[in-house]
Ligand binder design. Structure first.
Ligand code: ATP
Length: 194
């Protein structure tokens, strides 16, 4: 079974593209959602988070996401430490999930597929790209975020130029090019390659 990465910067439309693949029957592993769940469920990961952020990492047994976000937001070293801590747990969880899948290929969706190094364990990678201004406006409309916050989060991720050099395929999600056509082409390719 082929393992394919699906990535893209904030607001590029990875989840939206993933939903099109899902409609074609492809199983998707949502790394960011699983990472959040593991941070609460996995006791070793929880203790790693407490070592990194202190007891305030949890509040009433619940992950204190706003506290952690405030710590990593302005400190790229702590962000890198958080990613290094979480990545092996997500990787193990992904491998276990793959064992239960039966399709010709699966997709692993992750915002920081390259930044975390997760792309190294995958057969191919699809990068979803969209114009920066469109991405910012999408996130503002979706989350009600402030423009400066979206731009700051964007600046913490690798640029599309850097990501393109490590990607095998590109989906251009500018709301003009047909997503369905681009996805169908890749779906055919992955089915042939598996
Ligand atoms: P994040 O990294 O922030 O989770 P993402 O890359 O997964 O973002 P999505 O959540 O898929 O991006 O898309 C961001 C917003 O833009 C969503 O509200 C989504 O509905 C909208 N969107 C994405 N692609 C399109 C499209 N082709 N046409 C219309 N709306 C779109």
């Amino acid at each position: 079974m082929l393992k394919v990465g699906l990535t893209g910067g904030i607001g590029s439309g990875k989840t939206t593209v993933g939903e099109v693949f899902q409609q074609l029957g492809v199983s998707i592993y949502a790394s960011d959602d699983r990472a959040k769940a593991l941070m609460t469920e996995n006791l070793s990961l929880r203790s790693g988070l407490v070592s990194l952020f202190g007891e305030q990492a949890f509040m009433n047994e619940t992950l204190n996401r706003s506290y952690i976000a405030s710590k990593v937001f302005s400190n790229s070293q702590i962000l890198a430490k958080l990613n290094t801590l979480v990545h092996p747990f997500v990787e193990k969880d992904f491998q276990a999930w793959c064992m239960c899948q039966t399709g010709a290929y699966v997709l692993k969706e992750a915002a920081i597929l390259f930044e975390s190094g997760a792309y190294k364990g995958l057969d191919e990678v699809v990068l979803v790209e969209a114009p920066i201004e469109l991405r910012v406006n999408r996130v503002i409309s979706r989350d009600g975020s402030h423009r400066e916050d979206v731009v700051a989060r964007m600046e913490m991720q690798w640029s599309d130029e850097k990501k393109k050099g490590l990607s095998d395929h590109l989906i251009f999600n500018d709301e003009k090019s047909s997503l369905l056509e681009q996805v169908l082409k890749l779906h055919h390719h992955f089915n042939q390659s598996s």
